[in-house]
Design a protein around this ligand. Structure first.
Ligand code: ADP
Length: 535
């Protein structure tokens, strides 16, 4: 995890958070859907049963279940029982017989034959009575009893009596009470009126409410399958399994986009820093154009660091330049002194040996100082160049001749040069470039080996290659050989002319001429250095 990118980690955490949130939301939705579905099923059951209550009455003393009574409605099976719990009408769904006590408490859930059922019982009390009485004869024409939830008290006149009537409404009411064995205080009169005429006799209609009438209660039981809620549950589950991956995928994509956007300024900063670090221009500064204070601070810190780096580079260059300059005189004096001493005949062989050695080292030092001065001047912009169209073929050929003539160790330098290649160049610098490459090839070549120098132009580029069959360069060293003072072959560090500054100079001269350098090498097999110039 530590090795993965911050962007990846951010995205991962974001996605995990989204998955967690998704699962939580889905869980809540599923529980809510389940509960609401369950309560919806139960509501249907209760409503169906309660609606059926209206369809049962006692007519003239006989229990009457009306035609509108729904034995099956919206998946609800209704069954009617008397107060003793005996079934009077209706049937249960196939294959079940819930021998459950009648109980008006709440919806119960029971399993029969591996299927869940909701069961709801409602007790029905006959508390509202309606009598029709012949106003002339006092005969009770009909009576009905049913259940009423709400009633309102009669506040009309009971002493109405029409001419053709023997009885007043009050007398008719008292007659009914007498018939039902009820006292006036046991009932609540809700309506009394002359309703109609029966064979020219007025008919009194009297309605009252009582719970003392003594009619047996009736029970209605509703039964419905509870698996309808399961099918919704299943649908929710299927939807969840489709929606969850879509949700997570989308969240991850959005997360990716957000992290990308949030990271953009950091990437700009990182690109700017790597551009500066890979280039040679320390004058460049980091600019992210972002208002974020942390980034702004990072940008400022980077720029301050560059500032300090630049300052130290400048002072380092100045020091190199000054030191090289100061060292030139003493080295010249040492060389002159050595030459003088060596010209004398009166010195012994041992002293001569010492002066020869001192002279050799002083020459090395002189070359090193010259190269250091060259770099310092070049970087300080103090170097003067003499660019002019020159015959590169001739130049390469001459250098190969010079180096080849002093190669030694049986090494043969062969030149394969396309004649007449004219290039706009500083001839002395270009000679130094070619000489460094060919000298290296000889220096790191094997005994009796060969060095091949080719120069050709293909219309777009001029390509110079210097190949040898020498010691080669290891893959660990190959990227470092262009650094100043880097020496892959430490054993030869004391050799004449070995300073570790040759290849950096080759690279710098090539860049100065708009070219680029590259190398291919295999340890123990040989190396090929290539310099390409645009025509
Ligand atoms: P030096 O003065 O030591 O030759 P250079 O900058 O010219 O410094 O080269 C740097 C290092 O690259 C050398 O020390 C040597 O190890 C390696 N090198 C350069 N040219 C060759 C070559 N033709 N074959 C093998 N190694 C080479």
């Amino acid at each position: 995890m530590k090795n993965t990118s911050l962007k990846f980690r951010l995205n991962l955490w974001y996605t995990i958070l989204m998955i967690f949130l998704g699962i939580c939301i889905l869980g809540v939705v599923m529980i809510a859907a389940h509960t609401s579905q369950r309560s919806h099923a139960q509501q249907t059951l209760i409503r169906s049963v309660e609606r059926n209550v209206d369809e049962i009455e006692i007519e003239n003393g006989i229990l009457d279940i009306e035609r509108d009574f729904a034995y099956r409605n919206s998946g609800v099976y209704s069954v009617v029982f008397n107060s003793a719990g005996e079934k009077i009408a209706g049937d249960y769904p196939d294959g079940i017989n819930p021998e459950l006590e009648l109980d008006r408490s709440e919806v119960r859930k029971r399993e029969f034959n591996d299927v869940d059922y909701f069961i709801y019982d409602s007790i029905m009390k006959f508390n509202k009575f309606e009598y029709r009485i012949d106003g002339k004869t006092g005969e009770i024409l009909s009576s009905e009893a049913e259940y009423a939830a709400m009633v309102s008290k009669f506040d009309g006149d009971l002493d109405i009596k029409t001419e053709e009537c023997e009885l007043s409404l009050r007398e008719a009411f008292e007659l009914v009470l007498q018939q039902m064995n009820l006292k006036e205080e046991d009932v609540l009169l809700t309506m009394a009126q002359i309703h109609d005429y029966h064979y020219n006799n007025p008919v009194y209609e009297i309605e009252f409410f009582t719970d003392k009438a003594g009619y047996d209660d009736v029970w209605i039981r509703g039964v419905m399958r509870a698996d309808s809620e399961d099918s919704v549950w299943d649908t929710v589950m299927i939807l969840a399994f489709i929606l969850l991956p879509v949700f997570i995928g989308t969240a991850s994509l959005i997360g990716n986009l957000i992290t990308k956007l949030a990271y953009k300024p950091i990437e700009t900063l990182s690109q700017a820093v790597s551009r500066i670090s890979s280039g040679d221009d320390l004058n460049e500064r980091v600019v992210t154009k972002d208002g974020d204070p942390t980034l702004l601070q990072l940008e400022n810190n980077c720029n301050m660091m560059l500032e300090r780096l630049q300052a130290s580079f400048v002072s380092e260059k100045q020091f190199t330049s000054d030191a090289s300059h100061e060292l030139r005189t003493p080295v010249t004096v040492i060389l002159a002194e050595c030459d003088y001493q060596l010209s004398r005949d009166d010195i012994g062989p041992e002293e001569r040996e010492s002066f020869i050695e001192i002279r050799k080292k002083a020459l090395n030092m002189k070359q090193l100082i010259t190269q250091l001065l060259y770099f310092a001047r070049m970087e300080q912009g103090k170097m003067r160049f003499d660019f002019a169209p020159n015959d590169l073929s001739e130049l390469v050929s001459a250098v190969c001749g010079d180096v080849g003539s002093i190669a030694g160790r049986g090494i043969k330098v062969s030149a394969h040069i396309q004649p007449g290649i004219i290039f706009n160049m500083d001839a002395s610098l270009m000679a130094r470039l070619v000489e460094n490459l060919v000298s290296n090839a000889v220096r790191y070549g094997k005994e009796n080996g060969r060095v091949d120098v080719t120069l050709e132009e293909n219309g777009k580029e001029i390509i110079l290659t210097v190949s040898d069959d020498g010691i080669g360069i290891s893959s660990d060293d190959i990227d470092k050989i262009w650094q100043r003072f880097y020496r892959a072959d430490k054993a030869r560090s004391g050799d004449e002319g070995c300073s570790g500054l040759g290849l950096p100079m080759v690279k710098q001269i090539a860049i100065l001429h708009g070219g680029k350098v590259s190398v291919e090498s295999e340890e123990g097999v040989g190396s090929t250095f290539k310099v390409e110039f645009k025509v």
